[in-house]
Design a protein around this ligand. Structure first.
Ligand code: SF4
Length: 726
């Protein structure tokens, strides 16, 4: 007789005709899941599966990963280079030689007329580490522009800046294994189940074995907030006040780790003087969290044997994002929660290789966490590349968010965009459109020729995507993992590595330098340059990385398995070897709701989409869950405005307007609405995006809007249907 589960029909997985599985790493988010792509007898990618022996995902994949093999042949893939004289002319097809010659000659022309920095380069967080390194070599060592940055300024710049200010260097100190050891988890501005489902699953595994408190700070009742023990629905943009107040309670009640503070931190006196001003009563009036709850959270965190904080864009995308990160680091330093199992400040990164660009792209400096400001670093890299150190600028140039205003002001005339789509990802879309139209020359290098930004280009270079090439990604916990080349690039598209090295050959200085042809040969340069540094790769090789399904740096020569945590010895990267406690006065400098624009507009991700939907918007089994721009709105607020569930509403801000479908839900309070940021011509038409002074990251998440029912529901529905068909 059959019982329970045995009585049910067994799950049958459709036979896709896979004859070979190839090892890769997921190309979407920074979790870093190991994936195998299944090929059929025609060499076509027909299936994806998680790798059982991989420590990160242990055989699991999220929705995006399960269908990742489909992205190789999505509509809109670029097949051949395209060119035109004016951005409003039709494109004509061309060959690689003509396209690359044109780009090189335009770079030279613009630089000769307007100076080296008049040509800017903005890249991504999604190409391979070896490609980032090669692009950095080209941008810094050959083209020589100092206006070179990555789109990671939109997502991770505040984390980088905060780590550098507190610890003396970038580099997330913790790892996923910390969930197994922590006694308290604080999550700020992170909807982990939707943004990073596999990291969330790792947390759930840890919780099944051993219960520990989960505290979620988020203005919205996210999926994560719903499973938290304590949810703090904070007033948008006031996290710094709450963090200062938690520190206030800990110091006031003597709950700090005095021995750790004395041995491993500096600047305690200034810090403690500042947090004295943030008593819970004062803080509660600003951040909206009652005094009692602030005290309870502070005590719970400080009394835990080990406590950790994770965060994502809710902290980073703010006018004081960098300060928010430092505030988290302050909290963990005064409680001795850095570098120990279960005690850490772990920023959860967004793009698959946002870490790789931070480490090796030279966007903010020189490769391997070297600084342009350091004479020694400039000299070491110049010697390694065989160029004159004087060719390098002595400090970094503009961030991405300052490059666009510099185009507007006429200081930058040419731009090369690599796997980034500012027409959707930057705030104030109509301003970005005018800025792109103003360029003398725009080259877009992307796997998809139908990205919105390509409407404004003069040359389009079709790039290979993900496992159409080979190379490494670094994930959120510093784990370097490998993507093997699974299938050939689509049509005549080429790997980004090939494009960069071919471009270098078109410059006199590039002809004198060595640009390796293969990703593995580039990796050897990284290993050499990393030796003895914080991010030491010298003990890694491609085969070893694949065997271990990823290795965490530092991995010194002879080290077999890498290093799970940084700063376990209490030694930091500041000159005195100590971490810095930094006082953080709160300045309320962002737009707030008022009579004219009475709602907070909050934005974020949904589980089924990735960034600007260039990929997930076209995968039917993913897009069907959220095919259309929509807004979460509180039913009470909607009733007052005469808006019903499923209606269309028009949002207006001081920048522009957008029409979206309304979903009524108690997940948002009456004075707030939430819109997923993935859709073109939606959130970023409205957002203000004031910049953080340290990181130059925009405050995507907080602005004020007015809401009214859309007057013509039928044409709004037609417009939304068009967006769905993307
Ligand atoms: Fe890919 Fe991230 Fe999903 Fe893992 S969690 S399968 S890395 S998108």
């Amino acid at each position: 007789m059959l019982f329970g589960r045995d009585k049910k029909n067994p799950i049958k997985i459709a036979d896709k005709g896979v004859i070979e599985w190839k090892y890769t790493t997921c190309g979407y988010c920074s979790t870093g899941c190991s994936i195998e792509v299944g090929l059929n007898d025609k060499g076509e990618a027909v299936a994806s599966r998680g790798v059982g022996g991989a420590d990160v995902n242990r055989g699991k994949l999220c929705l995006k990963g399960i269908f990742e093999h489909e992205l190789f042949r999505l509509p809109g893939r670029g097949k051949t280079p395209l060119m035109r004289d004016k951005h409003y002319d039709p494109f004509r097809k061309t060959g690689w030689d003509e396209a690359l010659d044109k780009v090189a000659s335009e770079i030279k022309r613009i630089q000769a007329q307007h100076g080296r920095d008049s040509f800017a380069i903005v890249s991504t967080g999604q190409i391979m580490t070896e490609e980032f390194y090669t692009l950095g070599k080209l941008a810094r060592g050959v083209i020589g522009t100092n206006n070179y940055d990555g789109n990671t300024t939109l997502c991770m710049a505040s984390a980088v800046s905060g780590y550098k200010r507190s610890f003396g260097s970038d580099g997330p100190p913790g790892c996923y294994d910390d969930f197994e050891h922590t006694e308290c988890l604080l999550a700020i501005g992170s909807n982990l189940p939707e943004q990073h489902p596999i990291i969330f699953w790792r947390l759930r595994l840890a919780l099944e074995k051993r219960k520990f408190p989960i505290i979620v700070i988020d203005p919205r009742v996210t999926m994560f907030a719903q499973m938290a023990d304590i949810h703090l629905p904070i007033t948008p943009g006031t996290d710094l006040v709450l963090l200062n107040s938690l520190a206030h309670v800990i110091l006031e009640e003597g709950l700090e780790d005095r021995a750790y503070i004395e041995a491993h931190t500096s600047n305690y006196d200034e810090f403690s003087k500042l947090v004295k001003q943030y008593d819970p009563l004062t803080a509660s009036r600003i951040c909206g969290i009652d005094e009692d709850t602030i005290r309870n959270v502070a005590r719970t965190y400080a009394k835990a044997g080990a406590a950790m904080t994770i965060w994502t864009m809710g902290i980073n995308q703010s006018t004081h994002g960098s300060d928010g990160v430092v505030g988290i680091n302050n909290l963990n330093l005064i409680t001795g929660n850095i570098g120990k199992p279960g005690g850490t400040s772990l920023s959860i990164t967004g793009q698959s290789n946002a870490m790789g660009t931070r480490e090796w792209s030279s966007c903010s400096g020189l490769p391997g966490y070297r600084a342009l400001e350091s004479e020694q670093d400039r000299s070491d890299i110049a010697q390694f590349w065989g160029i004159d150190p004087e060719f390098f600028p002595k400090k970094r140039g503009l961030f991405q968010t300052d490059i666009f205003p510099a185009i507007e002001a006429g200081r930058i005339k040419g731009l090369w965009l690599i796997a980034t789509n500012p027409m959707t990802s930057m705030t104030n879309t109509s301003r970005i459109r005018k800025i792109l139209e103003k360029l003398d020359f725009l080259v877009v290098q992307d796997a998809y020729e139908d990205v919105e930004t390509n409407e404004y280009s003069h040359v389009y270079l079709p790039a290979a995507v993900w496992a159409e090439k080979e190379g490494c990604f670094t994930n959120t916990e510093r784990r370097v993992n490998l993507t093997r080349n699974v299938i050939k690039p689509n049509a005549d598209s080429k790997s980004d590595l090939w494009i960069f090295s071919q471009m270098a050959k078109r410059f006199e200085q590039g002809q004198k330098m060595h640009f390796p042809e293969t990703a593995e040969a580039v990796f050897e340069e990284l290993r050499t340059l990393s030796k003895g540094r914080m991010l030491d790769y010298s003990g890694m090789s491609y085969d070893k990385i694949e065997q271990q399904r990823g290795i965490q740096w530092p991995c010194t020569d002879g080290n077999e398995t890498g290093t799970p945590r940084l700063y376990s010895d209490g030694k930091f990267q500041h000159a005195d070897g100590k971490a810095k406690l930094i006082p953080l006065p709160f300045v309320d400098n962002n737009e707030r709701p008022d009579k004219e624009y009475p709602f907070w507009l909050n934005s974020g991700r949904v589980v089924e989409h990735f960034h600007t939907r260039t990929r997930t918007g076209k995968v039917g089994n993913i897009n069907k869950f959220s095919p259309t721009p929509y807004m979460e709105m509180n039913p009470d607020a909607a009733r007052e405005l005469g808006i019903e569930h499923g209606n269309y509403a028009r949002l207006t801000s001081r920048r522009g307007d957008a029409v979206v479908m309304v979903q009524l839900t108690q997940r948002v309070p009456p004075d707030m609405v939430f819109i997923p940021f993935h859709y073109h011509e939606c959130v970023n038409r409205l957002a203000l995006g004031l910049l953080d002074p340290h990181s130059r990251q925009p405050a995507f998440k907080q602005c004020a809007v007015h809401i009214a029912p859309a007057t013509d529901q039928q044409s709004a529905a037609i417009r939304n249907k068009a967006a769905r068909a993307y």
